[in-house]
Write a new protein. Structure first.
Length: 371
């Protein structure tokens, strides 16, 4: 294997061995604490623009299969591991992690102290980093990192270009794609929903013309304030059609409702994040991947109500609107990968849609009687 180095923008250097693509890569360095699910993590569009460090020491031991992808073309910029497995053992395995990364032109580096790297990120926060050849000078790399701004158009990169339909006989859902994981689609198709997936910049008028029963706001990468057109669309649709938001969709609902968001020091990325439901007192273990969060204090004075928070840092994990059929969660109820504690939220969304339809029908009947 070729010697490679990972260099952080503060000048910290790690020497390791390259695998996957041989290309040079610059991105935001983050870490994920999941013990399994590396295929879903690597193919999650929410990692667009990022180099992901896996804290679990051995990655690739069950290979890559055809079933566990969350998108067809991953947008991750690099993979950092303690050790990657050359000879996976699993009945579903079709290729190695190395072969997959080569095919998708994603560079990887192994053999570095990922525990030390994780501590640095936890202490100093996420920062830019580069995977490059080991013989390149630190000074030139740091200069390059300082001169290279992180992109702010990640949602545009990963959103669908044109609308498409996943047909079903049930409720009609418009799914706004900000970087959607396929797991969200799987949950709706399991429930026989008719899903129309639309680009992130689709207007409220275009969405209303599709006559949806409900609107799903997907997960996605980056800063929610980088997609102001989506905030305006959500604001115009609130109160007209039931809305459910996940991850980035949750943050966009908060902004549309008058709250604020801010960048976290190192984010929540892993499949073991504890969340407490403040209405029931129950705790759930959730799968998360986000670097921005809703500012808890900014909810005061809005019509949004806090419903769930993180047991690690009390950050906002759930919201609902006081008047409209709108709710959201910061985590991923579809998991992929992760625990299955919160699959029920898709059923709750469909129940909310049906309740809203019944209420409108009763209101219309009352108006006809009065006339």
């Amino acid at each position: 294997m070729v010697k490679k180095q990972l260099v952080l923008e503060d000048g910290t250097r790690f020497i390791g061995r390259g695998f996957g693509s041989e290309r040079e890569s610059i991105g935001e360095i983050v870490f994920n604490t999941g013990m399994t699910g590396y295929q879903e993590i690597i193919s999650d569009p929410s990692y667009c623009g990022q180099i992901v460090t896996f804290t679990y020491p051995l990655i690739g031991n069950y290979g890559i299969n055809r079933d566990d992808f969350e998108t067809v073309d991953p947008s991750i910029l690099g993979v950092v591991v303690k050790e990657h497995c050359d000879h996976p053992s699993n009945f579903r395995s079709e290729e190695t992690l190395d072969e997959f990364l080569k095919a998708k032109n994603i560079p990887g580096i192994e053999g570095i102290d990922t525990r030390k790297l994780t501590r640095i990120i936890r202490k100093h926060g996420t920062m830019k980093a580069m995977i490059t050849d080991a013989d390149r000078s630190i000074d030139s790399i740091v200069q390059t990192l300082e001169a290279t701004p992180l992109r702010t158009d990640q949602v545009r990169q990963v959103s669908t270009v044109k609308p498409y339909v996943v047909p079903g006989r049930g409720l009609r859902i418009v799914l706004i794609d900000f970087g959607m994981k396929h797991g969200i689609l799987r949950e709706f198709t399991k429930r026989n929903c008719h899903v129309t997936v639309v680009p992130y910049h689709t207007s409220a008028h275009e969405i209303e013309r599709l006559k949806p029963d409900g609107i799903m706001l997907s997960n996605g990468p980056g800063d929610p304030k980088d997609v102001p057109e989506a905030i305006q669309t959500i604001r115009m649709l609130m109160g007209k059609i039931p809305i459910f938001g996940i991850c980035l969709g949750h943050q966009l609902i908060a902004l549309a409702g008058g709250a604020d968001t801010s960048k976290m020091k190192f984010g929540h990325r892993g499949s073991n994040q504890p969340v407490k439901d403040l209405r029931t007192g129950k705790t759930y273990i959730t799968s998360q991947n986000h670097g921005y969060a809703v500012d808890r204090h900014s909810i005061t004075g809005t019509e949004l109500r806090l419903t769930q928070h993180s047991l690690n840092d009390e950050s906002v994990e759930g919201l609902e609107h006081e008047r409209y059929p709108v709710f959201s969660v910061q985590y991923h109820p579809e998991s992929s990968p992760g625990p299955e504690d919160t699959y029920r939220l898709f059923d709750e969304f469909l129940s909310l849609i049906k309740s809203n339809q019944l209420a409108k029908k009763e209101e219309s009947t009352c108006q006809n009687v009065l006339i």
